[in-house]
Design a protein around this ligand. Structure first.
Ligand code: ZN
Length: 387
């Protein structure tokens, strides 16, 4: 169901519905807040509110009229959702490139119709490229086809690629933000509003989606994600930093492989034998394929952070505390090695060799031997080459 009501944001929704009813809603909005807080849900909710035909103005979006129903299925012809995407392969002309981008967008919209919170292109380099911005500008200049208004939701607007290549497109977009046609509304979203071009920031009205109190997110986790253990629900809520959709992703991944993979890595490092390290590292591919190792390292970092809380005498701060274990200094060294491994994986270093070196370093840290071969990615890449 894609037409959902952003959870826990009742006050904000009431104010927005009032602004739509009184025709006070600014035409260029910037929805911002941390990752997983529900910016996409909120922006699409605003789009539905703007298109709704409810007889009582205060009741938007009614979720029952034709506009609301089409919008909830992401099929409303006058609601245009754009997001960063990989750059298409070479195209014969500008027009072909723009067509290719539009085709990519429709593929991804089909995925979002299945799951509104799907992560699009998690492993690819993506951006809102000039050709996409040109498409937006053209779509916005056309009259709506069915409703009275057209609404543009443009996600992760900070990923709009600096447009020195086409100052024309950049200027046209800025003009669109500053003076949209009377029928067009533009809703940008951003998790990093500081990274937005100042020229974009100054032309939009900010709307912050705040994280929720931990207790409320814990209640959501218990009720909607079926986590019946109160302590665990609270731990998930804390780890999600009060962001409901991040909590959801955490619960999904917890039942998946990354936690088990992290346990395997930790056990191999604690075991200390070269055989255990070799077995654990051989699970990862020797080329590319960072997809699997990255979430395992994330989970490993959380495990080590918990161990650090316990070692530092603050088990209450741990998300999932366990007794005993290495000293604070050893754990800090191990965390440093995990950070280095994360960065190496992000730069496409060989995952298997990276894991082998990581486990060697962690094993040394836990055994009280000196570490530091992974300090700094360039050095550590050199160590990998020499293996
Ligand atoms: Zn409606």
């Amino acid at each position: 169901m894609t037409g959902e009501r952003p959870w826990g944001q009742e006050d904000l929704l009431r104010r927005l519905a009032g602004a739509v009813a009184d025709r006070r809603l600014p035409q260029s909005l910037l929805v911002h807040g941390p990752e997983g807080v529900g910016k996409r849900s909120l922006a699409l909710w605003v789009a539905r509110a703007l298109q709704c035909e409810a007889p009582e103005a205060g009741d938007v979006p009614c979720e029952a009229c034709r506009n609301c129903r089409m919008a909830a299925r992401l099929e409303h012809p006058d609601i245009h959702l754009h997001f960063p995407m990989p750059r298409p392969k070479r195209a014969a002309s500008r027009a072909k490139l723009r067509e290719a981008i539009e085709a990519q967008r429709h593929e991804r919209l089909a995925r979002l119709r299945e799951d509104l919170h799907a992560r699009l292109d998690p492993d690819a380099v993506t951006g809102l490229y000039v050709a996409a911005v040109e498409n937006i500008r053209d779509q916005a200049s056309r009259r709506p086809s069915m409703a009275r208004r057209s609404v543009f939701v443009i996600e992760d607007a900070e990923r709009m690629v600096p447009q020195s290549a086409s100052p024309e497109a950049a200027n046209a977009f800025l003009k669109l933000l500053e003076e949209p046609p009377p029928f067009a509304y533009i809703v940008l979203t951003s998790g990093r509003p500081d990274a937005l071009l100042p020229t974009i920031r100054s032309r939009t009205v900010p709307l912050r989606v705040a994280p929720l109190p931990i207790a409320r997110v814990a209640a959501y986790v218990a009720e909607h994600l079926d986590v019946r253990d109160d302590d665990r629900a609270r731990a998930v809520a804390r780890r999600a930093g009060g962001a409901v959709y991040r909590a959801r992703a955490l619960v999904d991944s917890e039942t998946g492989e990354s936690e088990a993979a992290a346990d395997g890595l930790l056990a191999a490092a604690l075991d200390g034998s070269p055989q255990a390290r070799y077995r654990a590292a051989s699970r990862y591919s020797a080329r590319g394929a960072r997809g699997e190792l990255e979430p395992a390292l994330e989970a490993l970092r959380i495990r080590l952070r918990d161990m650090l809380c316990v070692a530092a005498g603050a088990p209450d701060a741990a998300l999932d505390p366990t007794d005993g274990g290495p000293s604070e200094g050893a754990i800090l060294d191990a965390l440093g090695a995990v950070d280095a491994a994360m960065e190496g994986v992000g730069r496409n270093l060989n995952p298997q060799a990276t894991t082998a070196l990581l486990l060697e370093e962690m094993g040394a840290a836990f055994a009280g031997r000196p570490t530091g071969r992974m300090a700094g990615t360039p050095q550590f890449a050199g160590v990998l080459r020499s293996l």
